[in-house]
Design a protein around this ligand. Structure first.
Ligand code: HEM
Length: 206
């Protein structure tokens, strides 16, 4: 892909990823966050964290299915870091606006409310991935170890989905779309590995 196209796509990705945040800031400044601003910020940041995480997981299967899209790899780190950015804003909103910085309430929540425990697990799993997202960290850890560590992203996404289901009221099906998307991506992994190994064998045996 041409360098100018790459720069254009990166700029568009930055705009797309930042737009939910900028919209929240605009709505906050203009007093347009609705009747429950705290819930609006928490729900928007939580949803976008999970959405970006799942989009970032789609990149590897897409590259395997369509080798011409191998350049997509350059966007995986960006999407993952934006997912972590929204997850951290989500956690910060919870601590600042729900808890009023009262960490004793947070301590109770984190041990007693199962959906908070699951959300915290998802965020904690994302933390080492964000911390080791630099080229320096990849070199330091070595490709194999880095890859193994970054498999945690699947577990983080699963925890995020469970957290989503556990926080909606019974009968509400809003987490279904993201759940189906994640289930397909998890299923795609072994299927694509199998297809890839068959292709390799076919090339090896003339
Ligand atoms: C310690 C970490 C976390 C805490 C304390 C937390 C807390 C919350 C709370 C209180 C809500 C409900 C808001 C409301 O109903 O007003 C919520 C919703 C949500 N959270 Fe989290 N969360 C955490 C981590 C995460 C992470 C890491 C993700 C994503 C990977 C996530 C994704 C979501 C989603 C998708 C929703 C529902 C959004 C919607 O209904 O549109 N959360 N979280």
């Amino acid at each position: 892909m041409k360098r100018s196209t790459q720069i254009l796509l990166k700029t568009l990705t930055w705009i797309a990823c930042l737009s939910p945040f900028l919209l929240l800031v605009y709505q906050a400044i203009t007093n347009n966050l609705g009747p429950d601003p705290t819930a609006k910020i928490t729900l928007t940041t939580g949803y976008n964290a999970l959405l970006l995480l799942i989009i970032s997981l789609a990149i590897t299967p897409l590259r395997t299915l369509f080798p011409r899209l191998s350049w997509l790899i350059k966007f995986r780190r960006l999407l993952g870091l934006f997912a972590f950015f929204y997850a951290s804003l989500h956690l910060a909103t919870y601590i600042a606006l729900y808890m009023n910085f009262d960490l004793s309430v947070f301590k109770t929540d984190i041990t007693k409310r199962r959906f908070i425990i699951m959300g915290f697990a998802a965020w904690t799993l994302l933390l080492p991935l964000a911390a080791t997202s630099t080229t320096w960290a990849i070199r330091k850890l070595g490709g194999k170890r880095w890859n193994r560590l970054h498999k945690l992203v699947y577990l983080a996404a699963v925890c995020g989905i469970i957290h989503y289901w556990w926080q909606v009221k019974p009968g509400v099906l809003s987490p279904m779309r993201l759940t189906i998307a994640l289930a397909l991506l998890l299923l795609a992994r072994p299927v694509l590995t199998y297809i890839k190994s068959r292709k390799t064998r076919a090339v090896a045996v003339p």
